[in-house]
Structure formats: structure tokens, C-alpha cells
Design a protein around this ligand. Structure first.
Ligand code: TXE
Length: 511
């Protein structure tokens, strides 16, 4: 058996072990295979075709909604303390299956095993965190004039649809399911058509741990069939979407047309700002991790590196040297640090954007040819891009504002704080960013001035489900993590009770 065959086999075997080889919607605890168009899946690390599955089409998506409507009614009527206990069990079960989930994600989408292991552990943490909120969804007592006892209750929306992208399917599934479930909703997860497997397995594990039928369903399939149906079905109460700006806008408009509110978590072009007084060793480690972890396929990737004049050459040399040392290789090898580009289409996008950046005047400071570990092995046909540092990405370079979503960072110099802030705010995005400086006052000034939903000081990429996360501007709106997510996934009801028996039959103030 040659290596090329074995990678596809590994993926197929992982799907066989996890799902009995069946990729389909997960509804009421069962897998329903579709009968629509075939969606082929490839092995990112080798380029081989792996398996295909059938799109469930509009009819299949409607069936999922039907089940979720039943699940939502049941779950909302379940005692919150019991909901909390079940979510704790889900957290525990995911923890017990963490290694299996990590291996499955790595084998099927090409995410490095080391990243997939971290993500699997974090999903267990997400359910653990939100299990703690499930029995603490509280209203308020509101003072109003007159003789009234007026109070609020937080009411779940019913069915929440969560649409997730291909770069972190398992992680975003946990992130977008745990909070709405804790708030008392049923969830329909719609993973990217390219990466459905780990999400189906996750829902299966959650069901096995005690989530009742229909409470956590998965609708695999295409955006134009399943995605459109789920985001416009009037039985759906809320949609959360993670993906590109263009699709996010389309989803927002379509959902609004059906009266469905949305949370949108879209792309970014985040600035990593390095001042001359920074600890350059730490800052260069941070700059490397910011863009090259997950091979840059991360919404918060630090894809713009702004470096103060004076340290520019020294700093970029450090980043280039550290980037060159990153280990590319088989994603299932735990020592691999940079994996392949997950989808064939994205592989083309990344390569063409590098070429465009160079056309516009940028200079490549890292090698373009792939290392021997890739070219001389069974991985030679895979979707590989070498970590790429481009210097001289000035404001008129098309890379300055275009999200690459790959291991590509564009660098440029600045002279002072005002310039750095203006540059950081020079795109329509506003997802994340960081500053590296030893000057604490400056750190706070820059953190306040940069328009972004998440900002780090002398750090990059730390996110946790306990903290709010989301975008400003084109990066979206709404926060699907932190305590505020409970508010996002519930509606407020105000209840008025007269405290005087002779309340006026016709109130003088009407609305
Ligand atoms: O994402 P899409 P794609 C960027 C990245 C990439 C580009 C396109 O640059 O090159 O987006 O990637 C579903 N109604 N990011 O095509 O189209 C779709 O099935 C309802 C950045 O994968 O945004 C999938 O589940 N749903 C981003 C999800 O939307 C629809 C992460 C995302 O698909 C739909 C991913 C429709 N009309 C890609 N059309 C980030 N920054 O996090 C598609 N979908």
C-alpha cells in the first residue's frame, strides 16, 4: 500500500469508526442520508478524494426543522436545573471522547492534531461553562409608577440555527451550540458542506450523554439548499452565522426578510502593532502564532504586521526565521505545526492573493518552495502553502484590506502611535488586533483607539468562551460567547401584575 492511499484510507476509516461510514443529517438521534447532489470531500494533506455524501436538499432541511420544533418545546419545558445537569453530562462526555474527536477532525479536514486536541478540550469546556448558566437565566423586577408588580423573564427563541465555516468546524459547533442550549433553545447546526463529519459526531455524543431527541440536530449540506432553507424558515427563531462577509450579508438579508434576527461573525484583517520598545523575542513569537497557527485559516489571524521604524528590519528577520522553522507535515503527526489549506478552492484563493500582493509591490521575505518533508513524501499533491511573510504591504496594496485566510502576513512600517492606529483602523473590518509595547499607558491608549471586538496587549489569539467575542463593522455584530450570549439567545418578556384590586379597566396611557 502506498502512502497516498493510506491517507484517504485513514480518513475513511475514521468516518467508519465514528459514524458507521454514513455522512448525513443528525435528526432525533439518527443519521438521515440525503438524496440530492453529491458533495465530494477531499483529503487536504494529499489532494486525494476521500468520500462523498448526498445533499439532503430543501426537503431534508425542512425535516430537520420539524424535529427541532418538537425538541425546542420539550427543552424549554425541561426544568432548568435538569438542563444544567444534562449539559454537564455533555461536557463530561465530550471530554471522554476528546482524543477521538481530535483524531477525527485531523483525519478528515487536515487540521493539525495538536490544534484539534486543544479544540476538543475547549469544546468540553464550553459546555461546562454554559451548563453553569442554564439554571441562572434570570429576569428583573422593574420599578414602574403606580400599583404594579412588573418583572421580566428571559424566553428562549425556540429553534436556533447555527451556520459554521470549514476552518474550525468542531470548535465553532461547540461555540455556537452550548450557549443557545443553555438558554433553553433547540439548536440546528449547519456545518460547512466541506467539513460536516466532526459536527455530526459531536451531536451524536451530546445525544448519547442525555440531550433529548431534536434538541441538538445537525443539517449537513449545501448553502444554496440547506443553508437558505434554514435561514428563511419562519419556524426558526434566531440564526447565528460564522463565515465570509459576502455570505454573512446574504444570510442577514434573507433572515431579516423572514423576520429572523441574526448574529454575524464574519472575517477580519487584524493588525498586530509592534512598537520599538516591545520585547522583540516575545513579540515575534506572537506575530508568528498570530498568523501561522491553523495555517492562517482563522478569523482573528494577525494578517497585518505593523512595525515601528528603527526595529523593522531586525524584527521582520526574526519573524522570517521563526516562520521558516515551523514544521509542516502530516496533520496527524503531533509534532506538525502547520497543516494544509483545508479546501481546494481556498488553496487557489491563497496562492492567487500572494501573487496579487507581490504584483502590487510587496517583497517576499520567506521561501516560497515547500520543504522536502512535503515535496519528497506522500503529501506532495496536497494543498500546501509555505508560511509567507511579505514586506512592503502599503495601504495601496490590495492585500492591505483583503482577507487572505491563509498563512500570509503583510508587513509595513509606521513612525508613531497616531499612524499605527490610523493604519489599524484603515479597513472596514473590526474583529481583532494587538499591540506589543512595554509602555503601559500606550498599551491602553492603543487598545482603546483600535476599532475591534477583541484586542490583546502583548499577546495574541487568546479567546475563551467566558469572554465576549465578535466584530465591529464588516466583521459582524452580536456576541455568541460570554455571559451576554444568554441575552443574545433569549427574548425579554415584561409581565405586569396589578397590586391594587381596583385597577382601572381602561388604562389612560396606551401604546
Ligand atoms: O464561506 P461561506 P466559504 C472566508 C474565506 C473564504 C471565503 C469563502 O476567505 O475564502 O470566506 O469560504 C453556508 N445561506 N471565510 O465559501 O460562503 C455554507 O454552507 C445560508 C472566512 O466556505 O461564508 C457554510 O456553512 N448559508 C471566515 C457557511 O455558510 C449559506 C470563515 C460559510 O460559507 C449560504 C470561513 C446561504 N446563501 C470562510 N451560502 C472567517 N473569517 O471566519 C453558504 N452558506
Amino acid at each position: 500500500m502506498n502512502h497516498a492511499t493510506s491517507s484517504a484510507l485513514t480518513a475513511r476509516e475514521a468516518i467508519q469508526r465514528a459514524l458507521n461510514g454514513e455522512i448525513g443529517a443528525f435528526v432525533d438521534g439518527r443519521i438521515l442520508t440525503g438524496s440530492g447532489d453529491v458533495v465530494p470531500l477531499t483529503v487536504a494533506a494529499t489532494g486525494e478524494s476521500m468520500v462523498g455524501y448526498c445533499d439532503p436538499d430543501v426537503e431534508g432541511a425542512r425535516e430537520v426543522v420539524e424535529s427541532s420544533v418538537r425538541g425546542a418545546a420539550l427543552w424549554a419545558a425541561t426544568d432548568p436545573f435538569e438542563r444544567a445537569a444534562i449539559l454537564r453530562q455533555v461536557s463530561r462526555a465530550i471530554g471522554e471522547h476528546a482524543e477521538e474527536l481530535a483524531q477525527l477532525e485531523s483525519a478528515t479536514i487536515g487540521k493539525t492534531l495538536r490544534d484539534a486536541r486543544v479544540e476538543a478540550a475547549k469544546i468540553s469546556e464550553m459546555f461546562g461553562y454554559y451548563s453553569g448558566w442554564a439554571d441562572k437565566v434570570m429576569g428583573q423586577t422593574i420599578p414602574v409608577p403606580g400599583n404594579w408588580h412588573t418583572y421580566t423573564e428571559r424566553v428562549p427563541y425556540g429553534v436556533v440555527v447555527a451556520i459554521t465555516p470549514w476552518n474550525a468546524p468542531m470548535f465553532t459547533a461547540g461555540w455556537n451550540a452550548a450557549a443557545p442550549l443553555a438558554a433553553g433553545n433547540a439548536v440546528i447546526l449547519k456545518p460547512s458542506e466541506f467539513t460536516p463529519v466532526s459536527t455530526v459526531r459531536l451531536a451524536q455524543i451530546a445525544h448519547g450523554a442525555g440531550l433529548p431527541d431534536g434538541v441538538f440536530n445537525v443539517a449537513v449540506g449545501l448553502g444554496r439548499t440547506v443553508g437558505v432553507t434554514l435561514t428563511t424558515d419562519p419556524r426558526v427563531g434566531k440564526v447565528s452565522f460564522i463565515g465570509s462577509v459576502a455570505t454573512g450579508r446574504r444570510v442577514g438579508i434573507a433572515a431579516a426578510g423572514a423576520g429572523i434576527p441574526t448574529i454575524l461573525e464574519l472575517g477580519g484583517k487584524s493588525a498586530n502593532i509592534v512598537f520599538a520598545d516591545a520585547d522583540l523575542d516575545r513579540a515575534s513569537d506572537g506575530a508568528v502564532a498570530a498568523i501561522f497557527s491553523a495555517a492562517g485559516q482563522s478569523c482573528v489571524a494577525g494578517s497585518r504586521l505593523l512595525v515601528q521604524r528603527g526595529i523593522n528590519d531586525e524584527f521582520l528577520a526574526l519573524v522570517a526565521e521563526k516562520a521558516a522553522r515551523l514544521r509542516m507535515g502530516d496533520p496527524l503527526d503531533p509534532s506538525t505545526e502547520v497543516g494544509p489549506i483545508i479546501t481546494p478552492a481556498q488553496f487557489d484563493v491563497v496562492r492567487s492573493l500572494i501573487a496579487r500582493g507581490i504584483d502590487d509591490g510587496a517583497v517576499r521575505l520567506t521561501a516560497s518552495e515547500l520543504p522536502g518533508e512535503i515535496t519528497g513524501s506522500h503529501l506532495a499533491g496536497g494543498q500546501w502553502v509555505r508560511p509567507t511573510l511579505l514586506d512592503g504591504v502599503t495601504p495601496n496594496n490590495r492585500l492591505e484590506t483583503t482577507e487572505v485566510f491563509g498563512p500570509v502576513v503583510g508587513a509595513d512600517v509606521f513612525d508613531n502611535e497616531e499612524q499605527a492606529i490610523a493604519r489599524a483602523n484603515g479597513t472596514d473590518f473590526g474583529l481583532a488586533g494587538a499591540v506589543w509595547t512595554e509602555n503601559v499607558s500606550r498599551a491602553h491608549r492603543v487598545a482603546r483607539a483600535v476599532r475591534a471586538g477583541t484586542f490583546w496587549v502583548n499577546a495574541y489569539k487568546n479567546i475563551h468562551v467566558a469572554a465576549p467575542f465578535g466584530g465591529f463593522g464588516d466583521s459582524g455584530h452580536g456576541r455568541s460567547s460570554g455571559p451576554g450570549a444568554i441575552d443574545e439567545y433569549t427574548q425579554i418578556k415584561a409581565i405586569w401584575v396589578p397590586t391594587q384590586t381596583a385597577a382601572a379597566p381602561f388604562p389612560s396611557l396606551t401604546y
